[in-house]
Design a protein around this ligand. Structure first.
Ligand SMILES: Nc1nc2c(ncn2[C@@H]2O[C@H](COP(=O)(O)OP(=O)(O)O)[C@@H](O)[C@H]2O)c(=O)[nH]1
Ligand SMILES: [Mg+2]
Length: 340
Protein backbone atom coordinates (compact mmCIF):
# COMPACT_ATOMS: atom_id res chain seq x y z
CA UNK A 1 0.00 0.00 0.00
CA UNK A 2 1.30 3.48 -0.86
CA UNK A 3 2.50 5.57 2.06
CA UNK A 4 0.20 8.12 3.69
CA UNK A 5 1.62 11.15 1.93
CA UNK A 6 1.17 9.57 -1.51
CA UNK A 7 -2.38 8.61 -0.59
CA UNK A 8 -2.99 12.11 0.72
CA UNK A 9 -1.85 13.64 -2.54
CA UNK A 10 -4.12 11.36 -4.55
CA UNK A 11 -7.08 11.99 -2.27
CA UNK A 12 -6.54 15.72 -2.73
CA UNK A 13 -7.15 15.38 -6.46
CA UNK A 14 -10.29 13.35 -6.04
CA UNK A 15 -9.09 9.75 -5.66
CA UNK A 16 -11.83 8.22 -3.55
CA UNK A 17 -10.05 4.93 -3.01
CA UNK A 18 -7.09 6.79 -1.57
CA UNK A 19 -9.42 8.75 0.69
CA UNK A 20 -11.08 5.55 1.90
CA UNK A 21 -7.68 4.06 2.69
CA UNK A 22 -6.64 7.14 4.61
CA UNK A 23 -9.81 6.96 6.64
CA UNK A 24 -9.05 3.34 7.44
CA UNK A 25 -5.65 4.39 8.71
CA UNK A 26 -7.23 7.09 10.84
CA UNK A 27 -9.68 4.57 12.24
CA UNK A 28 -6.99 2.06 13.04
CA UNK A 29 -4.86 4.46 15.03
CA UNK A 30 -1.13 4.11 15.61
CA UNK A 31 1.82 5.68 13.82
CA UNK A 32 0.33 5.82 10.34
CA UNK A 33 -2.78 7.43 11.71
CA UNK A 34 -0.63 10.04 13.32
CA UNK A 35 1.12 10.83 10.11
CA UNK A 36 -2.24 11.17 8.31
CA UNK A 37 -3.43 13.47 11.08
CA UNK A 38 -0.28 15.55 10.68
CA UNK A 39 -0.73 15.88 6.93
CA UNK A 40 -4.37 16.86 7.31
CA UNK A 41 -3.58 19.39 9.99
CA UNK A 42 -1.14 21.17 7.72
CA UNK A 43 -3.80 21.90 5.09
CA UNK A 44 -6.90 22.58 7.10
CA UNK A 45 -9.51 23.16 4.39
CA UNK A 46 -12.87 24.67 5.10
CA UNK A 47 -15.28 21.89 5.93
CA UNK A 48 -18.36 22.83 7.89
CA UNK A 49 -19.60 19.99 10.09
CA UNK A 50 -23.21 19.20 10.79
CA UNK A 51 -23.98 16.67 13.52
CA UNK A 52 -27.19 14.64 13.44
CA UNK A 53 -27.91 12.86 16.66
CA UNK A 54 -30.82 11.19 18.45
CA UNK A 55 -32.08 7.83 19.59
CA UNK A 56 -31.84 4.76 17.33
CA UNK A 57 -34.72 4.71 14.90
CA UNK A 58 -35.47 8.43 15.14
CA UNK A 59 -34.90 8.76 11.40
CA UNK A 60 -31.40 10.21 11.37
CA UNK A 61 -30.20 8.27 8.34
CA UNK A 62 -33.35 8.95 6.37
CA UNK A 63 -32.95 12.64 7.15
CA UNK A 64 -29.28 12.57 6.28
CA UNK A 65 -30.13 11.06 2.93
CA UNK A 66 -32.19 14.16 2.11
CA UNK A 67 -29.66 16.51 3.63
CA UNK A 68 -27.01 15.10 1.33
CA UNK A 69 -29.06 16.08 -1.70
CA UNK A 70 -30.03 19.47 -0.30
CA UNK A 71 -26.52 20.22 0.88
CA UNK A 72 -25.17 19.37 -2.52
CA UNK A 73 -27.67 21.49 -4.38
CA UNK A 74 -27.83 24.51 -2.16
CA UNK A 75 -24.60 24.50 -0.21
CA UNK A 76 -24.18 26.58 2.90
CA UNK A 77 -23.64 29.93 1.28
CA UNK A 78 -20.30 31.52 0.60
CA UNK A 79 -17.76 32.07 3.33
CA UNK A 80 -18.56 35.75 3.10
CA UNK A 81 -22.27 35.36 3.57
CA UNK A 82 -22.86 39.09 3.20
CA UNK A 83 -21.68 38.99 -0.37
CA UNK A 84 -24.27 39.19 -3.08
CA UNK A 85 -25.68 35.86 -4.16
CA UNK A 86 -24.70 34.11 -0.97
CA UNK A 87 -26.58 31.05 -2.11
CA UNK A 88 -25.22 28.09 -4.00
CA UNK A 89 -22.82 25.35 -3.12
CA UNK A 90 -19.24 26.04 -2.20
CA UNK A 91 -16.38 23.77 -3.14
CA UNK A 92 -18.14 22.05 -6.00
CA UNK A 93 -21.00 20.85 -3.84
CA UNK A 94 -19.35 17.75 -2.45
CA UNK A 95 -20.50 16.29 0.82
CA UNK A 96 -19.28 13.51 3.09
CA UNK A 97 -21.11 11.52 5.72
CA UNK A 98 -19.50 9.86 8.70
CA UNK A 99 -21.96 7.39 10.16
CA UNK A 100 -20.92 6.57 13.68
CA UNK A 101 -22.45 3.71 15.55
CA UNK A 102 -20.28 2.44 18.35
CA UNK A 103 -23.00 0.05 19.47
CA UNK A 104 -22.35 -2.13 16.45
CA UNK A 105 -18.58 -2.32 16.18
CA UNK A 106 -18.60 -5.00 13.51
CA UNK A 107 -20.76 -3.31 10.91
CA UNK A 108 -23.97 -4.81 12.15
CA UNK A 109 -27.54 -4.13 11.12
CA UNK A 110 -27.68 -0.44 11.83
CA UNK A 111 -24.83 0.43 9.56
CA UNK A 112 -25.96 -1.89 6.84
CA UNK A 113 -29.37 -0.25 7.12
CA UNK A 114 -27.77 3.16 6.78
CA UNK A 115 -26.02 2.09 3.64
CA UNK A 116 -29.25 0.89 2.16
CA UNK A 117 -31.07 4.07 3.12
CA UNK A 118 -28.38 6.27 1.70
CA UNK A 119 -27.97 4.23 -1.43
CA UNK A 120 -29.67 6.80 -3.58
CA UNK A 121 -26.28 8.49 -3.47
CA UNK A 122 -24.17 5.39 -3.92
CA UNK A 123 -23.27 6.26 -7.49
CA UNK A 124 -22.84 9.95 -6.92
CA UNK A 125 -19.20 10.96 -7.18
CA UNK A 126 -19.68 14.03 -5.05
CA UNK A 127 -20.89 12.06 -2.06
CA UNK A 128 -18.59 10.16 0.21
CA UNK A 129 -20.24 7.96 2.84
CA UNK A 130 -18.25 6.20 5.47
CA UNK A 131 -19.23 4.16 8.49
CA UNK A 132 -16.90 4.43 11.42
CA UNK A 133 -17.63 1.88 14.06
CA UNK A 134 -14.67 1.81 16.33
CA UNK A 135 -11.00 2.35 16.49
CA UNK A 136 -8.56 -0.18 17.75
CA UNK A 137 -6.71 2.64 19.34
CA UNK A 138 -6.48 4.72 22.43
CA UNK A 139 -9.26 7.23 22.81
CA UNK A 140 -11.78 5.62 20.49
CA UNK A 141 -14.18 7.68 18.47
CA UNK A 142 -13.74 10.92 20.32
CA UNK A 143 -10.24 11.05 18.92
CA UNK A 144 -10.84 9.32 15.59
CA UNK A 145 -13.77 11.44 14.44
CA UNK A 146 -12.04 14.83 14.64
CA UNK A 147 -9.13 13.29 12.74
CA UNK A 148 -11.47 11.96 10.07
CA UNK A 149 -13.22 15.33 9.75
CA UNK A 150 -9.90 17.12 9.38
CA UNK A 151 -8.86 14.67 6.72
CA UNK A 152 -12.07 15.19 4.73
CA UNK A 153 -11.68 18.93 5.09
CA UNK A 154 -8.06 18.82 3.99
CA UNK A 155 -8.90 17.00 0.76
CA UNK A 156 -11.48 19.68 -0.05
CA UNK A 157 -14.86 18.40 1.16
CA UNK A 158 -16.88 21.50 2.17
CA UNK A 159 -19.70 19.83 4.13
CA UNK A 160 -19.34 16.87 6.48
CA UNK A 161 -22.36 15.28 8.13
CA UNK A 162 -21.73 13.25 11.25
CA UNK A 163 -24.53 10.88 12.19
CA UNK A 164 -24.29 9.53 15.73
CA UNK A 165 -26.57 7.61 18.00
CA UNK A 166 -27.11 10.08 20.80
CA UNK A 167 -26.94 7.48 23.50
CA UNK A 168 -23.98 7.44 25.83
CA UNK A 169 -21.49 10.02 26.90
CA UNK A 170 -18.96 9.46 24.17
CA UNK A 171 -21.57 9.69 21.42
CA UNK A 172 -22.95 12.91 22.83
CA UNK A 173 -19.42 14.29 22.94
CA UNK A 174 -18.84 13.33 19.31
CA UNK A 175 -22.10 14.95 18.27
CA UNK A 176 -21.26 18.09 20.19
CA UNK A 177 -18.04 18.39 18.19
CA UNK A 178 -19.93 19.53 15.08
CA UNK A 179 -20.27 23.18 14.11
CA UNK A 180 -24.04 22.79 14.00
CA UNK A 181 -25.63 19.95 15.93
CA UNK A 182 -29.19 18.86 15.27
CA UNK A 183 -31.01 16.68 17.76
CA UNK A 184 -33.68 14.45 16.28
CA UNK A 185 -36.67 13.41 18.37
CA UNK A 186 -40.00 11.83 17.49
CA UNK A 187 -43.54 12.73 18.47
CA UNK A 188 -44.84 10.91 21.47
CA UNK A 189 -44.90 11.21 25.15
CA UNK A 190 -41.51 11.44 26.78
CA UNK A 191 -39.22 11.52 23.75
CA UNK A 192 -38.16 15.07 24.41
CA UNK A 193 -37.72 14.21 28.07
CA UNK A 194 -35.48 11.28 27.16
CA UNK A 195 -33.39 13.51 24.93
CA UNK A 196 -33.06 15.93 27.80
CA UNK A 197 -31.94 13.18 30.16
CA UNK A 198 -29.34 11.99 27.65
CA UNK A 199 -27.82 15.47 27.71
CA UNK A 200 -28.94 16.20 24.17
CA UNK A 201 -30.82 19.34 24.98
CA UNK A 202 -27.66 21.13 25.94
CA UNK A 203 -25.84 20.29 22.74
CA UNK A 204 -28.68 20.95 20.28
CA UNK A 205 -28.28 23.99 18.06
CA UNK A 206 -31.56 23.00 16.51
CA UNK A 207 -34.20 20.39 17.15
CA UNK A 208 -35.95 18.21 14.65
CA UNK A 209 -39.27 16.58 15.35
CA UNK A 210 -39.08 13.89 12.72
CA UNK A 211 -42.01 11.57 11.93
CA UNK A 212 -44.24 14.62 12.14
CA UNK A 213 -46.77 12.54 10.21
CA UNK A 214 -47.52 10.88 13.53
CA UNK A 215 -49.81 12.17 16.25
CA UNK A 216 -48.60 14.25 19.19
CA UNK A 217 -46.20 16.40 17.22
CA UNK A 218 -47.65 19.50 18.81
CA UNK A 219 -47.21 18.12 22.33
CA UNK A 220 -43.61 17.23 21.62
CA UNK A 221 -42.97 20.73 20.34
CA UNK A 222 -44.51 22.14 23.49
CA UNK A 223 -42.33 19.85 25.65
CA UNK A 224 -39.23 21.03 23.82
CA UNK A 225 -40.20 24.69 24.08
CA UNK A 226 -40.80 24.27 27.79
CA UNK A 227 -37.46 22.61 28.34
CA UNK A 228 -35.71 25.28 26.30
CA UNK A 229 -37.44 27.89 28.46
CA UNK A 230 -35.87 26.26 31.49
CA UNK A 231 -32.42 26.05 29.91
CA UNK A 232 -29.99 28.87 30.12
CA UNK A 233 -29.55 29.93 26.52
CA UNK A 234 -27.17 32.36 24.91
CA UNK A 235 -28.24 34.70 22.12
CA UNK A 236 -29.23 31.71 19.97
CA UNK A 237 -32.52 30.03 20.74
CA UNK A 238 -32.49 26.65 18.99
CA UNK A 239 -35.30 26.49 16.45
CA UNK A 240 -37.58 23.47 16.30
CA UNK A 241 -38.25 22.10 12.84
CA UNK A 242 -40.81 19.45 11.95
CA UNK A 243 -39.95 16.92 9.27
CA UNK A 244 -41.23 13.77 7.64
CA UNK A 245 -38.01 12.22 6.47
CA UNK A 246 -39.74 9.49 4.49
CA UNK A 247 -41.35 12.08 2.18
CA UNK A 248 -38.83 14.89 2.48
CA UNK A 249 -41.34 17.29 4.05
CA UNK A 250 -39.65 20.01 6.05
CA UNK A 251 -36.15 19.32 4.74
CA UNK A 252 -35.89 22.75 3.12
CA UNK A 253 -36.80 24.44 6.40
CA UNK A 254 -34.31 22.21 8.21
CA UNK A 255 -31.52 23.16 5.84
CA UNK A 256 -32.47 26.79 6.16
CA UNK A 257 -32.17 26.43 9.95
CA UNK A 258 -28.68 24.95 9.55
CA UNK A 259 -27.68 27.85 7.35
CA UNK A 260 -29.13 30.36 9.78
CA UNK A 261 -27.21 28.84 12.65
CA UNK A 262 -24.02 28.98 10.64
CA UNK A 263 -24.68 32.60 9.76
CA UNK A 264 -25.24 33.33 13.41
CA UNK A 265 -21.88 31.75 14.31
CA UNK A 266 -20.15 33.78 11.61
CA UNK A 267 -21.91 37.04 12.45
CA UNK A 268 -21.04 36.77 16.11
CA UNK A 269 -17.50 35.64 15.44
CA UNK A 270 -18.30 32.43 17.27
CA UNK A 271 -17.25 29.84 14.72
CA UNK A 272 -13.58 30.47 15.20
CA UNK A 273 -14.05 30.55 18.93
CA UNK A 274 -15.84 27.22 19.20
CA UNK A 275 -13.35 25.55 16.88
CA UNK A 276 -10.51 26.90 18.91
CA UNK A 277 -12.06 25.67 22.13
CA UNK A 278 -12.64 22.30 20.54
CA UNK A 279 -8.99 21.97 19.58
CA UNK A 280 -7.87 22.82 23.09
CA UNK A 281 -10.27 20.20 24.43
CA UNK A 282 -8.91 17.68 21.95
CA UNK A 283 -5.35 18.41 22.97
CA UNK A 284 -6.32 18.09 26.60
CA UNK A 285 -7.96 14.77 25.89
CA UNK A 286 -5.00 13.37 23.99
CA UNK A 287 -2.63 14.35 26.77
CA UNK A 288 -4.98 12.73 29.27
CA UNK A 289 -5.15 9.53 27.28
CA UNK A 290 -1.41 9.28 27.03
CA UNK A 291 -0.99 9.94 30.70
CA UNK A 292 -3.48 7.24 31.50
CA UNK A 293 -1.57 4.82 29.33
CA UNK A 294 1.63 5.72 31.12
CA UNK A 295 0.02 5.35 34.50
CA UNK A 296 -1.03 1.85 33.53
CA UNK A 297 2.53 1.04 32.51
CA UNK A 298 3.95 2.64 35.62
CA UNK A 299 1.80 0.49 37.89
CA UNK A 300 3.45 -2.54 36.38
CA UNK A 301 7.00 -1.41 37.02
CA UNK A 302 8.91 -2.55 40.07
CA UNK A 303 8.51 0.87 41.64
CA UNK A 304 4.82 0.90 40.88
CA UNK A 305 4.26 -2.49 42.43
CA UNK A 306 6.17 -1.55 45.51
CA UNK A 307 4.08 1.57 46.03
CA UNK A 308 0.75 -0.12 45.29
CA UNK A 309 1.79 -2.94 47.62
CA UNK A 310 2.59 -0.45 50.39
CA UNK A 311 -0.77 1.27 49.94
CA UNK A 312 -2.59 -2.07 49.93
CA UNK A 313 -0.75 -3.15 53.09
CA UNK A 314 -1.73 0.06 54.83
CA UNK A 315 1.86 1.27 55.13
CA UNK A 316 1.33 4.25 52.86
CA UNK A 317 -1.80 6.36 52.47
CA UNK A 318 -3.17 6.68 48.91
CA UNK A 319 -2.30 10.38 48.64
CA UNK A 320 1.31 9.80 49.58
CA UNK A 321 1.38 6.81 47.24
CA UNK A 322 -0.03 8.90 44.41
CA UNK A 323 2.54 11.60 45.00
CA UNK A 324 5.35 9.05 44.77
CA UNK A 325 3.90 7.59 41.58
CA UNK A 326 3.40 11.01 40.06
CA UNK A 327 6.90 12.16 40.73
CA UNK A 328 8.24 9.07 39.11
CA UNK A 329 5.83 9.50 36.16
CA UNK A 330 6.73 13.12 35.58
CA UNK A 331 10.41 12.39 35.48
CA UNK A 332 9.93 10.08 32.51
CA UNK A 333 11.88 11.82 29.76
CA UNK A 334 10.02 12.30 26.49
CA UNK A 335 11.35 10.48 23.42
CA UNK A 336 12.21 13.71 21.62
CA UNK A 337 9.78 13.04 18.79
CA UNK A 338 8.11 16.43 19.21
CA UNK A 339 10.40 19.20 18.11
CA UNK A 340 9.25 22.51 19.50
N1 LIG B 1 -43.59 7.42 9.62
C1 LIG B 1 -42.34 7.85 9.48
N2 LIG B 1 -41.32 6.95 9.49
C2 LIG B 1 -40.08 7.41 9.34
C3 LIG B 1 -39.79 8.79 9.20
N3 LIG B 1 -38.45 8.95 9.10
C4 LIG B 1 -37.90 7.73 9.20
N4 LIG B 1 -38.87 6.78 9.33
C5 LIG B 1 -38.68 5.33 9.47
O1 LIG B 1 -38.07 5.08 10.72
C6 LIG B 1 -37.18 3.97 10.62
C7 LIG B 1 -35.82 4.35 11.16
O2 LIG B 1 -35.20 5.29 10.31
P1 LIG B 1 -33.62 5.51 10.28
O3 LIG B 1 -33.38 6.64 9.33
O4 LIG B 1 -32.91 4.27 10.01
O5 LIG B 1 -33.36 5.95 11.78
P2 LIG B 1 -31.95 6.14 12.53
O6 LIG B 1 -31.71 4.91 13.34
O7 LIG B 1 -32.19 7.32 13.42
O8 LIG B 1 -30.88 6.41 11.52
C8 LIG B 1 -37.18 3.57 9.16
O9 LIG B 1 -38.05 2.49 9.01
C9 LIG B 1 -37.69 4.79 8.47
O10 LIG B 1 -38.33 4.50 7.24
C10 LIG B 1 -40.89 9.71 9.18
O11 LIG B 1 -40.75 10.93 9.07
N5 LIG B 1 -42.13 9.18 9.33
MG1 LIG C 1 -28.98 5.52 11.24
Amino acid sequence: MPDPSTLFESAGIGDRVALARLLSLVERGGDESRSVAGLAFKSPGEAYTVGITGAPGAGKSTLTDHLIATGRQRGLGTADHRAAGADGPVGGGQVAVLAIDPSSPFSGGAILGDRVRMQSHALDDGVFIRSMATRGHLGGLSVAVPDAVRLLSAVGVPIVFIETVGVGQQEVAVAAAADTTMVVVNPGWGDAVQANKAGLLEIGDLFVINKADRPDTRETRRDLELMLDLTELGPWRPPIVETVATTGDGIDQLWEAVRRHRRHLLDEGLLEEIRHRRLVRELHQIVGLHLEEQIGALMETEDGRRITGAVAAGDLDPYAGAERLLSSLLSIPDDGSVDL
